[in-house]
Design a protein around this ligand. Structure first.
Ligand SMILES: O=P(O)(O)OC[C@H]1O[C@H](O)[C@H](O)[C@@H](O)[C@@H]1O
Length: 479
């Protein structure tokens, strides 16, 4: 690592540039030294989590101790949550759809949707569903549903599928197996498409917690009764960490996304984050600097701003990860702390024309976290299409990626020039491996920050408050 320019770079070329987050006017060396003991303890706690799955004070929804096992997922080994056999089964599943299933509809919300959308966007881009089957190499079209209870879109999706598909697969993803948003839209679409038989051949696959007995989920029971094939949301893996499990990988398999490369990226990041040397451990460094930026400088909003359309969904995935993991009323001893950074989705350059005014001149309460893609697979040169228009002629000859990066750099410089905290994750290119690195870094980072702030990063008790009110309200509606 080059301490002068404040960048930590992994062997793959992935880097974290924290030059505008650390040093004069930002988080200082003295700030870091002051919490050295806590950083050390956080590192030990994460080492312990990796080895045993234990996280001090973490309880499941029903109040019993629960393991935290997401850090196993990058390692495909016998006896682990992802085993050679389970990965082979996923790949076979993906192959079995090619040239046979026209469209897959993936139902899910929160952790059962956001990561899947990231994998889809990065691999397929915006126009996958308008491509021919040949262009998709026989893989099906893929639509998402259940991530809202929107009547209009749900019915438009049904009409679209009826118009363009004969062989349809519904994949219902829900860890708890009974989430209102997912199950209500699934039932509407299932019923409507079933009625379209024999024009539509319908298959259903369920992804849920496969516990049995008293813990059996409603979806598991239903899938058993209906004979639907199943994949699992593994025990000890919360929804927001499940993109590395069968939850995310089932979508990956449907579109021919490189599962091995993605997990290899996550693994490379995990290996890099095993060192106790904070300056070489990107997840710990990210957690420490952001924890201190909030605690000592009031920067308790994090604007996550990739410079790439197809990485916008990473920002949306990160919203759930950050908000549910760190937004906590109490610390682990029950003391009220009202902790957490508010996540904000932004995209460069789009939001430079919308949010940047607030980032630059508003309250000094934000960190802007950029994501930069260094090399683009397709990168046109701006042509000199109108030589007589001098202002347009001036930008001719630049590659679009050069214009994009110049805009990002200008934004970063303007912000830091006014003492506004920002940082950048740099992906050498937008591919499955570097995506695995980035998502895993963020997941491990919130685990570290939970330790630093002494909050349980693996529960989400706050979402129960509205759920307690919702049940009776739904009952009332039926009367
Ligand atoms: O996968 P499911 O059980 O359907 O849950 C979907 C989502 O529901 C809730 O809102 C939780 O707060 C989220 O953490 C979860 O990802």
């Amino acid at each position: 690592m080059d301490r002068q320019s404040a960048i930590v770079t992994l062997p793959s070329g992935f880097s974290f540039d924290y030059s505008n987050l650390y040093g004069q006017g930002f988080v200082t060396q003295a700030d870091v030294i002051a919490i050295a003991a806590r950083i050390n303890a956080a590192h030990k706690a994460i080492e312990h989590m990796r080895a045993t799955g234990e996280i001090r004070g973490h309880l499941s929804k029903d109040g019993t101790p629960e393991k935290v096992l997401f850090s196993q997922l990058p390692y495909v080994e016998e006896g682990r949550l992802n085993s050679p056999a389970s990965i082979a089964r996923l790949k076979e599943f993906g192959q079995s759809l090619r040239h046979k299933v026209d469209a897959v509809l993936s139902f899910g919300i929160g952790g059962s949707y956001l990561g899947n959308k990231v994998l889809f966007d990065v691999h397929c881009g915006e126009f996958w569903n308008s491509k021919s089957s040949e262009e998709r190499q026989g893989y099906p079209k893929l639509y998402f549903s259940g991530n809202n209870i929107d009547p209009r879109r749900t019915m438009e999706l049904v009409e679209q599928i009826k118009a363009e598909a004969q062989s349809v697969m519904l994949i219902v993803i829900s860890k708890s197996g009974s989430t209102l948003d997912t199950m209500s839209t699934f039932m509407v679409v299932y019923d409507a498409l079933k009625q379209a038989a024999p024009d539509i051949v319908l298959q259903v696959v369920a992804v849920t917690d496969l516990a049995t007995g008293a813990q059996e989920t409603l979806l598991h029971k239903l899938a058993g009764e209906q004979g639907w094939p199943m994949f699992s949301v593994p025990e000890g893996v919360g929804g927001r960490f499940s993109v590395f499990s069968e939850v995310g990988l089932v979508t990956a398999a449907c579109i021919g996304f490189d599962i091995d490369g993605f997990l290899a990226g996550a693994r490379a990041m995990d290996e890099a984050c095993k060192t106790e040397d904070i300056w070489h451990n990107p997840a710990m460094l990210n957690a420490v600097l952001k924890y201190l930026a909030a605690a000592n400088y009031g920067r308790d909003i994090e604007v996550f701003m990739p410079y790439a359309d197809y990485l916008k969904s990473v920002a949306e995935w990160y919203v759930q990860l950050l908000a549910e993991s760190l937004g906590k009323r109490t610390d682990r001893s029950g003391r009220e702390v009202l902790y957490g950074r508010t996540p904000v989705v932004a995209v460069g350059t789009t939001d430079m024309h919308a949010q940047t005014q607030q980032h630059q001149d508003g309250k000094r309460d934000k960190i802007v976290q950029f994501v930069k893609v260094a090399e683009w697979a397709s990168d046109p040169v701006i042509p000199d299409a109108f030589p007589a228009a001098a202002a347009l002629s001036d930008i001719a000859g630049l590659q679009l990626s050069q214009a994009l990066e110049a805009a990002r750099k200008a934004n970063a410089a303007a912000l830091s020039g006014d003492g506004r905290f920002n940082a950048a994750f740099v992906l050498p290119e937008m591919n499955d491996f570097h995506l695995g690195e980035l998502l895993y870094l963020l997941a491990l980072s919130v685990a570290y920050e939970g330790e630093l702030a002494d909050v349980d990063a693996f529960n989400q008790p706050g979402v129960e408050a509205y759920k307690r009110l919702l049940g009776p309200m739904l009952k009332k509606c039926r009367r």
